[in-house]
Design a protein around this ligand. Structure first.
Ligand code: SAM
Length: 264
């Protein structure tokens, strides 16, 4: 079982896209100070590594030690394995003091959280009134109509029973996720704002992305292989139809962003 988690974490770090520079520049433009970020659900550090180029210090936390083991080691990033819920005193001890964080980021993870508890922590830890929370997710990747059609059956039909709760919030682009924060300066709403992540992939890389899904591993644990021979073959035919083995895979990103304000 432990090997399964290591394998999943490895597939995750290899198969997932990193996020675009424009996203981080947008976040930086909305935080007056660039001292400290808390990246929650940091996984294998996809966002933490980019944030570390802009902010002096980043604390990346995750409930999975295995995911953290694949995160890049950087001098200004501190990774901590935490329980899913932390008391305020644990938060202060593990992350930072009250009103000390410029930015809380949650990259493709907030739909897993207990939001009332998490938002209390965010409001406690962010600088007032300018501290910013930014939570984003990405939806189904886009390649071309042939590949996307095979993907659609796998993602929306075959894998559906195996996704954790919260998946619908992602499919709805975080439009319906509870997000009680004020618009940041210069905009009149708190999102979703749209960005795109792109990753050059061959078919093996694309399969690695699919195998990094939690749903893939949940299905496997129940004795169900989602990538059956027939699905693999459908993907091969669709992928190779244009004769190009490498393709740009686009992941649409949806960002909710807000500031804590004085009333919170
Ligand atoms: C889909 S991954 C996203 C990882 C990374 N941030 C990224 O952008 O690819 C979700 C991560 O959230 C973590 N996670 C789930 N519930 C959590 C919680 N309550 N607190 C902290 N991390 C959590 C999981 O262990 C996993 O690494």
């Amino acid at each position: 079982m432990a090997d399964l988690f290591i394998e999943q974490a490895k597939q995750y770090s290899e198969g997932r896209p990193s996020y675009p520079e424009e996203l981080f520049q947008f976040l930086a433009s909305k935080t007056p100070n660039h001292d400290l970020v808390w990246d929650v659900g940091t996984g294998s550090g996809q966002a933490a590594a980019s944030l570390a180029k802009i902010y002096k210090n980043v604390v990346g936390t995750d409930t999975s030690q295995k995911q953290l083991e694949f995160a890049p080691k950087l001098p200004n990033v501190r990774y901590v394995c935490t329980p899913p819920k932390m008391s305020i005193s644990e938060l202060e001890h593990t992350i930072a003091p009250q009103c000390s964080v410029d930015l809380v980021t949650i990259a493709t993870a907030m739909h897993y959280f207990d939001l009332p508890t998490f938002y209390q922590q965010v409001k406690w830890i962010l600088k007032k009134p300018s501290g910013v929370i930014a939570a984003w997710c990405y939806t189904a990747p886009e390649v071309d109509p042939r590949v996307d059609s095979v993907f659609g059956s796998l993602y929306y039909v075959d894998s559906r029973p195996y996704w954790k709760q919260g998946k619908d919030l992602v499919d709805l682009k975080y439009e319906t996720i509870d997000f009680p924060f004020e618009p940041v300066d210069g905009v009149d709403h708190n999102g979703p704002f749209e960005f795109k992540a792109e990753k050059l992939m061959d078919l093996d890389g694309y399969f690695t992305y699919i195998r990094s899904w939690s749903a893939y591993h949940v299905a496997k644990g129940k004795g169900v292989e989602l990538l059956t021979d027939s699905v693999l073959e459908d993907f091969e035919v669709a992928w190779n139809a244009d004769g190009k083995s490498q393709k740009i895979v686009t992941f649409p990103i949806y960002l909710r962003i807000g500031k804590v304000g004085l009333s919170n």
